[in-house]
Design a protein around this ligand. Sequence first.
Ligand code: HEC
Ligand code: HEC
Ligand code: HEC
Ligand code: HEC
Ligand code: HEC
Length: 248
Amino acid sequence: MNKTVKQCRHFFQLALCYPLLVMAENNPALDYEQARWHPLHFKPAIETATNEQCLACHQAVLQPQVKAQSPAGIQSKTVLAWYQTLTVYAGEQDTFHRRHLVTPLAKELMNLQCNTCHQGHDPREEAVIPPTSANATFTLRKTVNPETTCLKCHGQFNAQLMGLPEPWHQIREIMGDNCLLCHATIRTTRHQVNYLNSEAIEKAGQKNADACYGCHGGRAWYRISYPYPRHPWPGQSQYVPDWAKDRH
Ligand code: HEC
Ligand code: HEC
Ligand code: HEC
Ligand code: HEC
Ligand code: HEC
């Protein structure tokens, strides 16, 4: 066993070290560098990679890893972050990957794959050298593009575009806490993408507006909203608002 693997075993709790150990045990033919530069990480192979293929080395990303207590002694059970206060939030503190792939809510509403977020990159062009403040189209090796992934479900609620006078959390009661008040007839052709369970989403939204709000402002990490495509819907008016002119 080489030195890196030994070091890794020492720090075995680090998620990144698991692939190494798994490899060393299951596939002695692949050394660390070979696995790290495995073609599955990059285009085009990553486009058709299955979760199982990735998990063969990276099963650790789905193992529970949240500590029961912080170094300062705070019990993780007793703290909730602002984005964990929606009524659809359930269960104990969990990791990022598990919250998107294996929690009951994630499984019910979504069908995310490793390659929904990890879309690959060109290994030879990891970063611009020298660094530049211009909008260069380079990505760091493990970078996931936030504008085309995270923003879709973690952008701001776009009250202005909806013609609503206030952000949702201030007017939800006046609206009967119900997105479907309007969205039973407006923009009804929605969520027809392979990473969402569209029927389950509609059912969840009928029961609880927080299910909808959860992906449309209730867990916003950004100050901007995602410019969603505007799919034609039955009964749509001929009038196209200015903001919608480029939406297809
Ligand atoms: C043959 C084993 C193997 C397979 C299959 C594999 N990986 Fe990896 N992966 C590795 C190793 C080894 C590393 C490097 C870990 C380190 O540097 O500590 C790595 C690193 C990564 C990183 C972090 C990159 C960085 O710069 O820190 C990500 C993200 C990743 N893999 C995602 C994936 C995804 C998604 C798939 C499936 C499409 C996949 N891997 C398939 C072994 C594998
Ligand atoms: C919701 C989007 C999303 C999905 C789905 C996803 N990842 Fe990640 N993953 C990320 C982000 C974001 C990071 C952190 C990237 C960074 O630090 O630059 C990350 C980091 C990683 C890393 C680096 C180690 C770590 O834990 O930080 C590995 C390995 C990895 N992902 C593998 C996978 C595998 C395997 C799957 C499928 C089972 C998967 N990911 C699914 C977004 C995702
Ligand atoms: C398809 C929709 C979707 C995408 C894309 C998505 N998320 Fe999420 N995210 C969710 C949902 C739904 C939850 C709540 C899951 C739950 O409560 O079990 C969530 C929860 C979270 C949480 C909270 C985890 C916790 O401990 O409560 C973070 C942080 C997060 N997402 C960050 C990201 C980042 C960063 C990306 C991009 C790499 C991303 N998300 C992409 C839908 C998405
Ligand atoms: C008072 C009526 C009303 C309510 C209530 C309402 N919306 Fe909307 N929503 C609209 C209108 C109007 C549009 C723009 C329709 C169009 O494309 O012309 C819209 C558009 C959207 C869009 C697309 C935005 C874009 O950039 O294309 C999303 C996403 C959305 N609403 C989600 C929600 C969610 C989630 C809720 C509940 C938390 C909600 N809406 C409550 C009226 C409403
Ligand atoms: C798991 C996350 C998630 C949930 C839950 C969710 N949405 Fe969405 N919504 C998305 C994503 C991602 C898109 C963009 C999909 C695409 O690119 O076509 C979207 C698109 C939309 C759009 C734009 C429709 C169009 O013209 O394509 C509307 C309107 C909308 N959602 C309303 C709702 C309503 C109402 C609910 C509750 C019944 C809801 N969403 C629940 C993630 C979610």
